[in-house]
Design a protein around this ligand. Sequence first.
Ligand code: COA
Ligand code: ZN
Length: 312
Amino acid sequence: MNTILHPPTAVDLVEVAPRDGFQSIHELLPTADKIRCIQALIDAGITRIEIGSFVSPKAIPQMADIGDIVAAFQEHTGMRFSALVPNLKGADRALAKGIKELVFVVSVSESHNQSNVRQSVDSSLEGLKAIAERLRREKESVGLRLDLATCFDCPYEGEIQWQQVDAVLGKARDICQGIELEVGLCDTTGRATPYQVANHFTRLRERHDSAALKWAFHGHDTFGMGVANALFAIQHGATTLDASAAGLGGCPFAPGATGNTATEDLIYALQGGHIDTGVNLPRLLVAADAIAALPGGQTASHLRNVPRERVS
Ligand code: COA
Ligand code: ZN
């Protein structure tokens, strides 16, 4: 097929249903059901999974069993499991469980950071400093993903300019000197447009591109822009995309936001550009069905509604 666009030959796909998705379900899910869904994702060829978060169980009770879930997959050597941490305590807990990739989250907007992690952005960055110091002392290398929430829009403050992202990213990079980073620009509310995504990636790459920094895009599909935003992100320098099977999700700290872009919808689009993700779409739909069957979840997926014989 001749295409005018030149897509990358491959992207890294991070499945986030076990973290961003499960956390949105109020009723506690049995640990065994979570493990079964994660196994189905692995069976579909997913190799990077944000497996959960080491947060306060008072803040997110659904994540109280994260230690047991990580333990259930400790033999899966070919996998990259990451876990979200909001502070040093979370990082210590994750490292003690053998997690080799931490996802540190801080919002660009003060009000969302306050609502999400009950502290100022500067206070979160102090936490990042403590985590960076801990990582420099680790004998084995541990990856660090920096998730910048509300990069495009904040539920309380509205549109976010790239210069605001630049300010927080600049401080975070100073703190993380000597550590390889993957920076995730997160459309927490799903309100970004592809043009805003292109603009942010272009401007921020002009300021921050370096061999020690990779770019990721984490999108929600609230306004139906999720797949388009992800495609614009990879055309403008992102090498990693987050998505959630069945589109499960909705941030409990971002009123009105729905789930992440459905992994199956994104894979379909990527396949159209011959972009390799290693994921088998029919098997992914099996995993997405299992996730959609969990009680209490809010899902949104186009491909799950298409007759299966039309999906290859
Ligand atoms: N893991 C487990 N427990 C933790 C913890 C962590 N990472 N961080 C703090 N705690 C515990 C403290 O030990 C304390 O316990 P205690 O009451 O038994 O003494 C309690 O939580 C409160 O600690 P404090 O430091 O006062 O935190 P806080 O109440 O101000 O909450 C966070 C701050 C960051 C811990 C909490 O808001 C949180 O976990 N948020 C996560 C939000 C999230 O996951 N959002 C979605 C991702 S974008
Ligand atoms: Zn999210």
